[in-house]
Ligand binder design. Structure first.
Ligand code: AMP
Ligand code: MG
Length: 649
């Protein structure tokens, strides 16, 4: 193993603060310098078992392919000079030689002047012949001769030896992924075994007392271990062989034992969590004891992703990804995938990056490389990278994102219209056929279900009604679901449409007071009565809605001047209100009936909210948009909506 000299660091061990924050490029340079060059371990494989693996070495062709001059057609091997004068009107007669060259037959007689030898497709061209004529262009003349009605150029219908692959030619380069085409090339050269790059074995460990594995019941205050699954998959997608070791509690002794064992058994260690400075965060301290040179970067100027920790322990990379799944993904794809691929003998993945135009200005913090999640949609001229999360506060979600872009540390913004490079989470991305941007509703899924079954890819991006309207005005989506109440006209949605947008009625959602069943302050009362009872009880806590939500206007009207406990808790969705009540963080709030019922909560209906669609007129003739409008009007969708507690308009 080659050990490149490391830049001097004296503060890498036992540091309990991020003493030195390195820039992204600095951190990556130092990490690479500590790891490369290194030998690429190879492994002999039978050709049939090498599918999907990377070649560890260049392969040169040991033979010519084809190995001899070969006929491409069924016909006759001839001397082209004999046929120089042949035409339809004046055919040339050739005497047939006494042999037939089938595939696999070695010719024995030469083709002399004025003669021809019958030859099959794939047969070796005999001595003396320099062309083949197709049987269709000849006519038998007795048993022993043919008439040829057109001239033949030298080399006609002959594949020369080595024309496909020449002996000694670099057939395949190291790093090539072996697919069926490569297997075919190798087989054509008679190669039965290849040296493939051994997939690096990478141990994956999640850390945190709060983590529960998928499939297990979720205890209170626990969360599912997302990183373990996602990092394991991403390692396998990028040439590694992940060994998932589960989630380890924040216990220094136990974690150290697991890390030591893992490092002994594998080529690389990827942990997640435990890098921020919470009381239980210990893994970075353990690394300092695992091997030399130890921590190379702990704290990188990334947003998000600052707690990233890069280390090398006796030649093996050890990485601690930030705990937040999105931060873990950004840093893993941006900084760890290139290292892993290099260790696996793979070139950078070309299909993992696309260029797309960013339609809106994205503000960015100066001094930190910023990652921004994006959804890709099809624009008039090329891909559009729609920042998801930004503005809606949902940066912890990658459900709707295709990848991310990177804003340079020295930039304080990415201007609207920038052509940005987007790193895809999973290559083979498919741009959606129908783009829905706005307020989300579970009813939407009922309408789009048949589209998905018909192979139409639907992307719905939840950015709230106003965000949806803005996207629709910019032409970045097909429809924007909105539920905006206009105080002045006391109407929904129509007053908010502008030029180029048309209203397509959706459905009505009953809004009302949600509470835990059996709560006598609410059960069996009218909304006004219930709020009166709630206000009369100082122990009663409410959950509000955000400014601008139509539901908020209803709440404010019910409350008048009252500002009960919980008033300032203002989540942005109907679901968050129901969750707060169900989890006893609040006793009442206002949500829509289907959401209350889905959480088995009590509900006092008050007023209907109109959930409609702002349709981008310029896009309404697209097949996917028409399919959506048809689905919306269909009996099936209306019945499904009604069944779920909505009232189709
Ligand atoms: P930490 O770096 O351990 O302080 O984690 C930061 C945040 O990420 C916390 O909210 C953790 O609960 C969360 N987190 C850590 N590890 C995981 C994981 N494997 N899956 C999902 N969330 C995680
Ligand atoms: Mg933790």
């Amino acid at each position: 193993m080659t050990e490149a000299p490391l830049p001097k660091r004296h503060d890498s061990v036992e540091q309990d603060q991020f003493l030195t924050i390195l820039s992204r490029d600095d951190a990556l340079d130092r990490f690479e310098a500590a790891l490369f060059p290194r030998p690429l371990p190879g492994q002999q494989r039978r050709l049939a078992e090498a599918l999907g693996c990377a070649l560890a070495r260049d392969v040169a062709a040991p033979i010519d392919v084809p190995p001899f001059d070969r006929s491409n057609v069924d016909g006759f091997a001839v001397r082209s000079a004999d046929l120089a004068s042949a035409t339809e009107a004046a055919p040339v007669r050739l005497i047939l030689n006494e042999e037939v060259i089938a595939c696999g037959v070695v010719p024995e007689r030469p083709v002399l002047e004025g003669t021809a030898t019958p030859i099959a497709t794939g047969g070796p061209v005999p001595r003396g012949a320099d062309a083949v004529v197709m049987v269709e262009h000849t006519e038998p003349s007795g048993a022993r001769a043919i008439d040829v009605r057109r001239a033949a150029s030298p080399g006609q219908f002959v594949s020369y030896a080595g024309s496909d692959i020449a002996r000694g030619e670099a057939l395949l380069r190291a790093g090539t992924i072996i697919g069926s085409r490569e297997i075919g090339m190798l087989a054509a050269c008679g190669i039965a075994d290849v040296t493939i790059a051994r997939r690096p074995r990478v141990a994956v460990i999640s850390t945190g007392d709060e983590l529960v594995q998928p499939g297990e019941p979720l205890r209170p205050a626990a969360i599912y271990d997302t990183n373990g699954a996602i990092v394991t998959a991403a390692i396998n997608e990028n040439g590694g062989e992940a060994v998932f070791l589960g989630a380890v509690p924040d216990d220094e002794t136990r974690l150290e034992a697991v890390m030591r064992n893992a490092l002994a058994e594998t080529d690389m260690l990827v942990l997640s969590g435990g890098t921020s400075k919470g009381a239980g965060d210990v893994s970075h301290r353990i690394i300092a004891r695992l091997g030399q040179p130890g921590i190379i970067a702990h704290g990188v100027a990334l947003k998000p992703g600052k707690p990233l920790c890069l280390a090398v322990c006796d030649g093996k990379p050890v990485v601690i990804l930030p705990g937040f799944p999105t931060s873990a993904m950004f840093t893993f794809h941006d900084m760890i995938v290139p290292i892993l691929r290099r260790m696996a003998g793979l070139p950078p993945r070309p299909d993992a990056k696309v260029t797309a135009k960013v339609p809106v200005r994205i503000a960015s913090e100066l001094g930190r490389t910023e990652f921004v999640m994006v959804s890709l949609v099809d624009g008039a001229d090329g891909l559009i990278a729609y920042p998801s999360g930004k503005g809606s506060g949902a940066i912890t979600s990658f459900a709707q994102a295709d990848g991310f872009l990177r804003i340079d540390a020295l930039a304080d913004q990415m201007p609207a219209g920038t052509e940005a490079e987007v790193t895809l989470f999973t290559p083979h991305v498919r741009v959606p056929d129908l783009v829905i941007v706005g307020s989300h509703c579970t009813g939407l899924d009922l309408v789009t279900a048949p589209l998905a079954r018909a192979g139409i890819l639907v992307r719905s991006i939840a950015v709230g009604s106003l965000g949806g309207l803005a996207a629709a005005r910019r032409g970045e989506c097909d429809v924007a679901p909105i539920h905006l109440f206009d105080d002045k006209t006391e109407t929904y949605n129509t007053p908010f449409l502008g030029e180029g947008l048309e209203l397509v009625p959706g459905w009505r959602r009953m809004q009302g007071i949600v509470f835990r069943s059996g709560d006598t302050r609410f059960e069996g009362r009218s909304a006004q009565d219930a709020v009166r009872a709630a206000l009369a009880d100082p122990a009663c806590i409410m959950v509000n809605r955000n400014q601008g939500a139509g539901t908020r206007i209803l709440i404010d009207r019910l409350l008048g001047d009252a500002r009960p406990d919980g008033y300032w808790n203002q989540p942005r969705s109907h679901n968050a209100v129901a969750a707060a009540v169900a989890q006893r963080r609040a006793d009442w709030g206002m949500t829509i009936a289907p959401v209350a019922h889905a959480s088995a909560l009590g509900f006092i209906p008050l007023a209907e909210e109109h959930y409609d669609f702002a349709l981008v007129a310029a896009r309404k003739h697209r097949p996917a948009v028409r399919a959506f409008l048809d689905a919306l009007a269909s009996h099936e969708a209306r019945a499904a909506l009604a069944n779920a507690g909505f009232r189709p308009a």
